[in-house]
Design a protein around this ligand. Structure first.
Ligand code: ZN
Length: 100
């Protein structure tokens, strides 16, 4: 059996920016350092969900509840210049870090 390890996902594609892996939150946004784009990105998300499946007696399933357990970004590329090694996570304008 494989021993359980903390499977840290490391992108070895030489991504210098910190963006891939993280989903932008209320404080952060993406920015392409190559062309300055901040609004258009090709994103490959991956999410792990916890779902409540309600099966009827015939075996048909209805998903009645879905909770996102984990969400991350597999890759993010600039829609304008097409590069994926220039997208970085920056603070949103007006973002207040810490307590108000
Ligand atoms: Zn760009």
């Amino acid at each position: 059996m494989n021993q359980p390890t903390d499977d840290v996902v490391v992108d070895t594609a030489g991504v210098g920016a910190s963006a891939p892996g993280d989903v932008p939150d209320e404080l952060h946004r993406w920015r392409c350092t190559g062309c300055g784009n901040m609004t258009r990105f090709d994103v490959v998300p991956e999410s792990t969900t916890h779902e409540f499946w309600h099966l009827d007696l015939a075996g048909g399933a209805t998903i009645e509840d879905t909770e996102v357990v984990r969400e991350r970004v597999m890759s993010v590329a600039c829609r304008w210049c097409g590069r994926n090694d220039t997208v970085e996570m920056v603070l949103r304008p007006g973002a207040v870090v810490g307590d108000r």
